[in-house]
Each structure stands twice: as structure tokens, then as C-alpha cells.
Design a binder for this molecule. Structure first.
Ligand code: C2O
Ligand code: CU
Ligand code: CU
Length: 476
């Protein structure tokens, strides 16, 4: 069905180009089919959409963690890791309320773990540092999906090795659907008008292998690559229909903080944060995401047939990918002005405030003075208690803060409720904290308690996490 749609629109595209003769914003486009003579010469790769197989009352996903080689550069092979492929992994599609069973089989030649980032699941199904998948074995995460529609992701979480394992290529998206998301008039054709984007930075050695050997200074400052990839492709292009297009974007980089924008300054509407839709779309021209944060946004190309747009990172000045609006719309969508109504926790109901201080000394990174230790539980949180957590970045460098188990709602930045921007007002699980700033959020651990199975909280700059900026909590 997808292929048929694709063929039909390719034909329509040829027609659209010749009849409308739209002027391209880019001189190098020529009138021909996709091949661009500019640097955007490779098509965007769309990770396979994996809906699983039904076995009795469960949806089962089989994921093979494997080694391989990937061609990012023209004439060189890069040794990489991937899931059911050589680099990155399929997009798991999960429906709220369904029982799922995700089998991770480790064929990497060394141990790892696989964490469902953003998933509201029991601690022992979380895939954090404790659920080690020994080389040659299978670990199964099974649970009933129990959260709002959103875009989550899976990635390794092995103690001290997360940065390296993610750098090698282990990561994939998890798209959650619910009745509400299915009913909203949003672009929903995966890879056609609902497009996943995993943004990463890498560096290469002359032989094509990844150059990843962070110095102590790079670990502290955050390791940054000089080459940008989208879904594992350097400077790709994507051909889209002249209509509203939805992008689901993951900052899949280890450390880099992006300021995403279209080159023309075109506005787009953010519709979702890490763990939920926003109540209403928020119009933006720039979007800042720190590592592991996600956003969904819709951009309206209805009037733009025959033109192109470049999507870039304004923070570094680098181009990321090019969108060619060259296909006739096969469908129209009209993003609603109101998306969902979110249950909000009331600060007056908070029974406890916890403070977390992100610090570092002598190359060690700490939270409240302690570095992560596998056998230390740093915090004990009562089930269902509403709490306020304040996180302060005491350093002159970037950090962010992520908690497992559930989402939170931002209340303040730097003591100021007004400083929380509208596009941060959905449910989140990761929040950016610029140098010497603080955030305050409200959170409630619901549904799952386990006095022996901890969850983690940590800075999601992966080099920082591995250098100790992580702690553990249990819910009792
Ligand atoms: Cu993205 Cu502790 O995780
Ligand atoms: Cu996580
Ligand atoms: Cu950090």
C-alpha cells in the first residue's frame, strides 16, 4: 500500500513540476527527479516501521542487537552496531493498553542493556543499568503499555558504557499511539507525511571508522562530532507532498544541543513534547533540544509545490537535511487548534521537595555530591506521592536531567514560572538546564512499586552519565 501510494505520487510529482513550474529556492535542483546535484545527494532513510506479531494476547517484537558495517561515506565502510540492521533500529509501534513483549537478543560480542526511554513500565522491565543482557542471550521486556501517545526511544544503558554503545549505533524510536492520537486530524502516514528524524553527530577516521575517543576535557565539555546525520544519513534529502508534514525529532546525539530551524525562518507548530501532545500547537521558528529530548512539529508546505527548504542546526550553523516539496498531496490534514487536555499536578498537593545539585570536581561528575554506584539507592519515593524536584546546574557547562519511570511537568526555570516556555508545557522526561541555571518540576510515581528494582535519574549528556552524573531511586 505504501509502495503504491509512493508510485502514484511520483507520477503526480512529475506532473506537478512541469505544470506548476514552481521556482525552487535552490539553484541546484534542476528539473529532474530526486537526484540533487548539491550536497544533499542521498535520500533520507526511513527506519522500518515495526508493528510486531500477535501471539495470543500479546504483541511480540524481536530485536537483534548486531554488529555490521554501514556506508555513510562514499567509498568507505564504517564498523557499526545496529538493531535488526547495521545501524540504528526499526521504529517500534505500540498502542496504549496493549500487552507487549520485546525480545532483545544480544549478538554484539559484549554485554549491553536496552532501555525504553520515556516508557512508563515496572523497574525490572526498564532496561536500565541492572538488566544486563549478556552477550549471546535474550532479555525480554514485557508490560502493558500504559501512557499517552508520544515518541519515545530505546537505547543501551550499560554502566559506564552508554555513550560508546549509543555512538556505535544502537538506538531506535518507539512510537506510541492511543485513541486520541488516532482521532486527531494530524499527518499519520509513516515516512510519507509523518516523518521520524534521529539527529546525531559523529566524527570519522581516515579509514571510515567512527572517531570516538573523548579526552577528559571533551567528556566534561560534552563530546561533539563534526559530521551530522539524520537517520544515519549525512545531508539527506526527502521528497514530500505539498501539504502539512509532521516531523518527530529525536536529539539522538551524545552531547550536542541543537537549535533546529528552517533556513528561510519558516514557522512551524510544535504539537508534542517528550511524553505527550501539547494542549495546543505552539508556533515556533526555532526549537532547542538537548540530548534525548523529543519534539513533534508540523510544518505547512501546502503552498510550496516545486520549492525546497533546508533544515538546519542554528547553534552550529550546520545544514541537516533538505525537504523537496515536489509531490501532489494525496490527503489533506488540518492541525486542530486544540489537541488534548492534560491532567496537571497541583504544586499545592506536593508532599515533598527534593533537591538535586549537578556538580563536578576533579573530573568526577556528581549529583548531590555522589557519583552513580550500582549498589546505592539515592532516593526512595513513595508510590503516588506528588513531589516537587528542583534540579540545579551548579556548573558553567550544559547539563540536562532525565528521570526514568514516568514523566514530569515543568513548573519553573530559575525560580520563575513565566520562564517555562509554552512548548515545554507538555509531559516531559528530559529537561535542558543551561549553565548555572535551575529547573523545578512536579512529578508523581504511579502504578509500579518495587523495593529492590531501582530506576535511574541522570544527565543525558552520555559522557556525563558515564562519568557518574547519575543516581538511583526506588518507588515503594
Ligand atoms: Cu535515555 Cu536513563 O536514559
Ligand atoms: Cu530513560
Ligand atoms: Cu551533564
Amino acid at each position: 500500500m505504501n509502495r503504491r501510494t509512493f508510485l502514484a505520487s511520483s507520477i503526480a510529482m512529475a506532473f506537478g513540476l512541469s505544470s506548476c513550474g514552481g521556482s525552487s529556492t535552490n539553484n541546484n535542483d534542476g528539473g529532474e527527479n530526486p537526484p540533487n546535484s548539491d550536497k544533499f545527494s542521498k535520500p533520507l532513510r526511513i527506519p522500518e516501521e515495526y508493528t510486531g506479531r500477535i501471539v495470543a494476547d500479546q504483541t511480540v517484537y524481536d530485536l537483534n542487537l548486531q554488529t555490521g558495517t554501514t556506508k555513510f561515506l562514499d567509498n568507505l565502510d564504517t564498523p557499526t552496531w545496529g538493531v535488526n540492521g547495521s545501524y540504528l533500529g526499526p521504529t517500534l509501534r505500540l498502542k496504549n493498553g496493549s500487552k507487549v513483549k520485546i525480545n532483545y537478543t544480544n549478538n554484539l560480542g559484549e554485554d549491553t542493556t536496552m532501555h525504553g526511554h520515556g516508557m512508563h513500565v515496572p523497574a525490572k522491565m526498564d532496561g536500565g543499568t541492572h538488566q544486563v543482557i549478556a552477550d549471546g542471550t535474550t532479555w525480554t521486556s514485557s508490560y502493558t503499555v500504559n501512557q499517552h501517545a508520544c515518541t519515545n526511544w530505546y537505547h543501551p544503558h550499560l554502566m559506564g558504557k552508554t555513550a560508546e554503545h549509543v555512538m556505535n549505533g544502537l538506538a531506535g524510536l518507539i512510537i506510541l499511539d492511543d485513541d486520541k492520537s488516532e482521532a486527531l486530524d494530524l499527518p499519520k502516514r509513516y515516512g510519507v507525511d509523518d516523518i521520524p528524524l534521529v539527529i546525531q553527530d559523529r566524527s570519522f577516521n581516515a579509514d571510515g571508522s567512527f572517531n570516538y575517543n573523548p579526552s577528559r576535557r571533551e567528556i566534561m565539555q560534552g563530546w561533539k562530532g563534526d559530521t551530522f546525520m539524520v537517520n544515519g544519513v549525512i545531508n539527506p534529502y526527502i521528497d514530500v507532498e505539498a501539504k502539512q508534514i509532521r516531523f518527530r525529532i529525536l536529539n539522538g546525539s551524545n552531547s550536542r544541543i541543537y537549535t533546529f530551524a528552517f533556513e528561510s525562518g519558516r514557522a512551524f507548530k510544535q504539537i508534542a513534547t517528550d511524553n505527550s501532545f501539547l494542549e495546543s500547537p505552539v508556533a515556533l521558528t526555532e526549537l532547542v533540544l538537548s540530548p534525548a529530548e523529543r519534539a513533534e512539529f508540523v510544518v505547512d508546505f501546502t503552498q510550496d509545490m516545486g520549492t525546497s527548504e533546508i533544515f538546519k542546526d542554528k547553534a552550529s550553523g550546520n545544514d541537516l537535511f533538505k525537504v523537496n516539496i515536489n509531490k501532489t498531496a494525496q490527503q489533506t490534514t488540518q492541525v486542530p487548534t486544540s489537541l488534548v487536555s492534560l491532567d496537571k499536578l497541583n504544586p499545592q498537593d506536593s508532599v515533598n521537595t527534593r533537591s538535586f545539585s549537578l556538580e563536578g570536581r576533579q573530573g568526577r561528575l556528581t549529583i548531590n555530591g555522589a557519583s552513580m554506584q550500582m549498589d546505592v539507592i539515592n532516593e526512595t519515593v513513595p508510590l503516588n506521592a506528588i513531589e516537587i524536584w528542583e534540579v540545579t546546574n551548579k556548573m558553567g557547562m550544559d547539563h540536562n536531567f532525565h528521570i526514568h519511570a514516568t514523566h514530569f511537568q515543568l513548573l519553573e526555570r530559575n525560580g520563575n514560572a513565566g520562564a517555562v516556555s509554552d512548548n515545554e508545557k507538555g509531559y516531559k522526561d528530559t529537561v535542558y538546564i543551561p549553565p548555572n541555571q535551575s529547573v523545578k518540576f512536579i512529578v508523581q510515581m504511579t502504578d509500579y512499586k518495587d523495593s529492590t528494582g531501582p530506576y535511574m535519574y541522570h544527565c543525558h549528556i552520555l559522557e556525563h552519565e558515564d562519568a557518574g552524573m547519575m543516581g538511583q531511586f526506588i518507588v515503594i
